[in-house]
Design a protein around this ligand. Structure first.
Ligand SMILES: [Zn+2]
Length: 106
């Protein structure tokens, strides 16, 4: 799972389209194929699919447990994604600092 950015190791510079609506995707899950999704469908379509999947195998009364697990995993995923973003920003800032030092030395 990752945000989509330029020079992505799995997507390269190709534009990735959302699996559900064909709009430009914002994130993807890399498996045998790249499952790409836009933020709109992640918010409004994926939860419906998840509800179908959860209710298919869960007897009545387990929705609260499923929602609790979904909520925990959502916040876990958000924390991982935000950490990755912070790491990318920090790396870019470090590269700019290195370039600035190099410019001063030449
Ligand atoms: Zn979409």
């Amino acid at each position: 799972m990752a945000h989509i950015s330029s020079n992505d190791p799995f997507l390269g510079d190709e534009r990735a389209d959302c699996y559900f609506c064909d709009a430009p995707a914002h994130a993807y899950w890399h498996r045998e194929f790249n499952f790409c999704v836009c933020s709109e469908c992640a918010t409004n379509t994926l939860p419906l699919l998840i509800a179908d999947a959860v209710t298919a195998n869960n007897p009545k009364g387990t929705l609260d447990a499923a929602m609790e697990a979904i909520s925990k995993n959502f916040y876990r995923g958000a924390a991982i994604a935000l950490q990755r973003s912070n790491d990318s920003l920090r790396k870019a800032a470090d590269q700019q600092k290195s370039a600035a030092v190099f410019d001063l030395e030449t």
